[in-house]
Ligand binder design. Structure first.
Ligand SMILES: C[S@@+](CC[C@H](N)C(=O)[O-])C[C@H]1O[C@@H](n2cnc3c(N)ncnc32)[C@H](O)[C@@H]1O
Length: 321
């Protein structure tokens, strides 16, 4: 196993500013990771933190923090899209804050055996939860067209078809280095290129396998359901596909719908009242943070406050039950 650098939490002060944790509150950290945010929430006096992670390694490595928390930290080995049910099973229906810091952790990226990295060779795995279809299963079984669709949709890869053809021609593929080599060769990689051409392909396959966009959408809706009136939501994303989703959700839920278009019919008058307010402008890391932690370069934080109206999901407007 490669030694993993500790995960440095991104935009920590800004996230804490948005969450405004008060003494005695109950919070959800939907993405525990190495526990950076959870620790900060506990230090600010939260009475309880329910910290979710779908990665069994993250949960196991968080046990020491839970043991030293005096019963204030509960680790939940579950997807954050299921937070409402998981909290309800523990007798909790409402919380004061929800934080999501989506994507992969440094530990997942840096441990070659997890198969997320195109820089270190490992088995082609990429499963956060270590369950279900691996990247190798997907790439060795899927049709060329399906692979191209995934690369285009989740990697915004303009050369998706060319890469998919090269992948299918080189099967079976079992190692990350093998996949990285196939992509670089298909796209004509040369030393000195600014961005490794394998970046988009690895991102796309990871997002597809872990259903990351569906999870994010489910997590936002679950947060809407569990936050009390006045409760705070803080979401950190790492690429434009995720950020667009969060931006659109908060715009819609705060009643800030795009201006009418002459091509579209009028929106129905009977839309639910806004479930979020005080939607803050997006926050990005400053130069000093990016210099100290390159992962912060693409991070965007969005914060909003829950109103007192019932959630849109309950009002029959959401996409989940
Ligand atoms: C960027 S890291 C979070 C780092 C954390 N904020 C910290 O300070 O250490 C993302 C973590 O969220 C987990 N994760 C990603 N999607 C998830 C989901 N849908 N449900 C639960 N955990 C998820 C990953 O396994 C990973 O450990």
């Amino acid at each position: 196993m490669t030694a993993a650098a500790p995960h440095v939490p991104v935009l920590l002060q800004e996230v804490m500013g948005g969450l405004a944790v008060a003494q005695g509150e109950v919070h959800v950290d939907g993405t525990f990771g190495a526990g950076g945010y959870t620790q900060a929430i506990l230090e600010r006096g939260a009475a309880r933190v329910f910290a979710f992670d779908r990665d069994p390694d993250a949960i196991r490595e968080g046990e020491a923090l839970a043991a030293s928390s005096g019963g204030r930290l509960t680790l939940v080995p579950e997807r954050f899209s299921r937070m409402r049910q998981a909290l309800s099973d523990k007798g909790v229906d409402q919380v004061d804050g929800v934080t999501l810091d989506v994507g992969v952790s440094s530990m997942q990226l840096d441990r070659a055996e997890r198969g997320f990295s195109f820089q270190a060779d490992g088995p082609l795995d990429m499963r956060m939860s270590r369950e279900g279809e691996s990247a190798a299963d997907f790439l060795n079984k899927a049709s060329e067209e399906d692979i191209a669709d995934v690369l285009y949709r989740y990697g915004e890869e303009p050369k998706s078809r060319r890469i998919a053809r090269a992948i299918v021609g080189a099967r079976p593929i079992v190692r990350t280095a093998q996949l990285a080599h196939i992509v670089r060769k298909a796209l004509g990689w040369h030393a000195g290129m600014k961005k490794d051409p394998a970046t988009r392909t690895f991102q796309a396959i990871r997002i597809h396998l872990n259903e990351e966009l569906q999870e994010l959408e489910g997590g936002l809706e679950a947060a809407e359901q569990v936050l009390r009136p006045g409760g705070r939501l803080a979401v950190v994303t790492f690429h434009s596909l995720e950020d667009r989703l969060v931006k659109r959700f908060l715009k819609e839920r705060s009643g800030d719908l795009p201006g009418g278009s002459r091509h579209l019919p009028q929106r129905p008058a009977a839309r639910p009242a806004p479930s979020f307010e005080a939607v803050a402008k997006p926050v990005r890391a400053g130069e000093a943070e990016v210099a100290a932690n390159p992962r912060a370069r693409s991070a965007t934080l969005r914060v909003a406050r829950r109103t007192a109206t019932s959630s849109w999901v309950n009002a029959g407007q959401g996409t989940s039950s």
